[in-house]
Write a protein that binds this ligand. Structure first.
Ligand code: UT7
Length: 328
């Protein structure tokens, strides 16, 4: 297997132009900018227009990532698209992205792990590059969550937004690249965040549509505690795997679910605010897209420098959680 290490060669992101503000939501459900801001940190989220679909944003993010990696779509030999809001059931959104990009040499598929999907994808792609089965892997997180949000449910409708982020992974030299990965799930918590209708258990029908079975349903309060504990634990695990501590971390980019979750995890890890990235005010929770969007924003803003130690951690429906540690 040698000592090949995989690292991120390029990143990109894209989101719809439409913006849904807290003031907009105040007009449709019983909520307030004050409640949303203090309980979640969210001020606005992006919302796709009717007719827009997930792979459109994924392709834009992917093109940017491939270009910044100095590659062509034909150089990509693996495409993993993390999403819980695919364009359609068959074929995978990964295959639709492949066709649109013209990445004809790639194997393409979707990764369904909700908000942890991007870190699941990075973990799998990392192994494929390390073992030489792939050379240049494209990992995408892309969602149009607003199509599955019940805009009469004030607990969930204030949280979710749309967008896509992408990263190209390839072999890197020296001490750079992905140092440690860890992914976990616990299906016993299925009903804490789920969409019960529209699959084979409750096939789509006039009745499932009328009762809103296809919408996301969440027990936010219970999830909150599990999210904080799981993200802090898995962060410690990847740090330990690499023989490092939270003190060594240059930048912590957690999944953006709630500013209070981010603050609580950072506090547990003892990572001060200056080393934590948050964009939740602008994007809300974009599930699998949240970490790659945040990562690319940090790259564009010059917040990540060569040799920086970057810690990524996620938690989401399933429940699923993950951690990735890398030297930039
Ligand atoms: O992406 C990964 C998975 N997602 C998560 O990890 C999300 C985790 N959970 C959360 O972020 C938070 O639990 C929420 C933001 C969803 C809710 O915040 P909370 O502080 O846990 O509020 P709560 O559910 O305990 O509700 C407190 C009160 C309730 O009223 P009562 O019963 O005290 O009278 C709710 O009905 O706030 C009320 N409430 C609202 N009020 C105004 C709930 N949603 C709203 C709202 N506007 N949008």
């Amino acid at each position: 297997m040698g000592n090949v290490r995989a690292g991120i060669l390029g990143t990109g992101h894209s989101y719809p132009e439409g913006i849904l503000t807290n003031a907009d939501l105040e007009k449709t459900v019983e909520t307030s900018d004050e409640w949303i801001t203090t309980r979640t940190g969210i001020k606005q989220r992006r919302k796709a227009a009717p007719g827009e679909y997930t792979s459109q944003f994924a392709v834009r993010a992917a093109r940017q990532a491939i270009e910044r990696a100095g590659l062509e779509p034909s150089d990509i030999d693996l495409i993993l698209c993390a999403t819980v809001t695919p364009d359609q059931i068959l074929p995978s959104t990964g295959c639709l992205i492949q066709a649109e990009l013209g990445a004809h040499r790639a194997a393409a598929m979707d990764v369904v792990a909700a908000c942890s999907g991007f870190l699941y994808g990075l973990t799998l792609a990392n192994t494929m590059v390390q073992t030489g089965q792939s050379r240049n892997a494209l990992v995408i997180g892309a969602e149009i969550l607003t199509q599955y949000v019940d805009y009469s449910d004030r607990q969930t409708c204030v949280l979710f937004g749309d967008g896509a982020g992408a990263a190209v992974l390839g072999p890197v030299e020296g001490d750079r690249g992905i140092l440690a990965t860890r992914i976990k799930s616990d299906g016993r918590y299925e009903e804490q965040l789920y969409s019960p209708g529209g699959g084979t258990r409750r096939p789509p029908s006039a009745e499932t549509l009328a009762s809103g079975d296809h919408f996301f349903k969440m027990k936010g309060n219970e999830l909150f505690k599990v999210a904080v504990r799981s993200m802090a634990d898995i962060s410690r695990e990847v740090l330990e795997q690499a023989g490092l501590t939270a003190e060594d971390v240059s930048l912590f980019i957690p999944h953006q679910a709630n500013q209070r979750i981010t603050d609580a995890v950072a506090n547990k890890l003892n990572v001060d605010d200056a080393r934590v990235y948050s964009n939740i005010a602008m994007h809300g929770n974009t599930s699998s897209a949240s970490i790659p969007i945040a990562l690319d924003e940090c790259v564009e803003a010059g917040r990540i420098k060569k040799d920086d130690l970057i810690l990524l951690a996620s938690f989401g429906g399933g429940v699923t959680w993950g951690g990735v540690l890398m030297r930039w």
